[in-house]
Design a protein around this ligand. Structure first.
Ligand code: FES
Length: 304
């Protein structure tokens, strides 16, 4: 019978014919999470298969549905629906009551919830120039109204290009492209960025007429691999991205100010979109933690 090792308990057990990983764990006295009782509904029995994935039974329909909903990587399996035919080592991913509260699908209404995976995305940052000064000179109502009107214009643009705004940071936002559809993610992000810039120019006319103030933004786009997952408490979870690529995208956006530009993209992005944009100047920047200078490319318009 194949040996099954459970981590972090470091308990080994001989798997019996036809039993699931969960049944083997329970038989070995391991306190394995199983909120739904092993019926493939809660996802709390999830394990990371560290070795022996090839010995695991193929995912059944119920497991495939949960894996798709939570965007599980292939090596994350539901212990209650997985059987093994050879040696394997698995790590329990739901350890205590707090883990169960975060992960259980029972009673959860949200359909969002990537468990965490590496994904190549295009990251768009946009920030309003000098909005702190505007907020100090105008009433709180006007400040929020001007912001909301701008975001109201921007959100449909991002969504029309298959992106999603994942984070609002004061007067700025971050949008990700490629979470659902990886095709042309850089181009879609750049097109959205350009349309956001055009929307901000229209908004500028409104703000100038009503408040005698300007409204300018800077946009930065980078393409890179990030960790994507749902974070936050259950009631306000949101999908977000973590990684160097995110920090770099924010840095690119910030570089617009010293460069005197409105829209800059990284080389990784530019390589993919250069036939579709009108380029402007090239800016060389130093990046913390990396040697040498790195080029950023100004986008002056879209071709066609
Ligand atoms: S125990 Fe609930 S899904 Fe496996």
């Amino acid at each position: 019978m194949p040996q099954l090792n459970f981590q972090p308990d470091d308990v080994s057990v001989e798997a019996q014919a036809g039993e699931s990983l969960l049944q083997a764990a329970v038989r070995a006295g391991i306190p394995h999470s199983q909120v739904c009782g092993g019926y493939g509904r809660c996802s709390t029995c999830r394990v990371l298969v560290q070795s022996g994935l090839e010995h695991c039974s193929p995912a059944e329909e119920a497991e495939r549905a949960i894996a798709a909903r939570l965007q599980f990587a292939p090596e994350i399996r539901l212990a209650c629906l997985t059987r093994i035919g050879g040696p394997a080592t698995v790590r329990r991913l739901v350890i205590d009551e707090e883990d169960r509260a975060i992960t259980s699908l029972i009673g959860r209404e949200s359909t969002m919830g990537a468990a965490g995976l590496h994904r190549e995305v295009a990251i768009l940052f946009a920030d309003i120039r000098g909005f702190t000064a505007f907020s100090e000179q105008h009433s709180p109502y006007d400040v929020i109204h001007v912001l909301n009107r701008y975001f109201h214009m921007v959100n449909p643009i991002v969504e029309a290009h298959g992106g999603a705004i994942n984070n609002y940071m004061g007067d700025g936002f971050m949008a990700l492209f490629g979470l659902k559809d990886p095709r042309d993610l850089a181009l879609r992000a750049v097109r959205a960025g350009w349309e956001v810039l055009e929307a901000a120019r229209r908004h500028h006319v409104y703000v100038r007429n009503l408040y005698n103030s300007g409204f300018r933004i800077g946009v930065g786009v980078h393409v890179g691999t990030v960790v994507v997952g749902a974070v936050g408490a259950k009631s306000n979870q949101r999908l977000t991205a973590i990684g160097d690529a995110v920090n770099f995208a924010a840095r690119i956006e910030a570089e617009n100010k010293p460069a005197g530009t409105e829209f800059l993209v990284s080389q990784a992005c530019y390589e993919r979109v250069k036939d579709a944009v009108t380029p402007g100047k090239t800016v060389q920047v130093a990046i913390r933690g990396k040697t040498g200078l790195h080029p950023l490319y100004e986008v002056k318009g879209l071709v066609g």
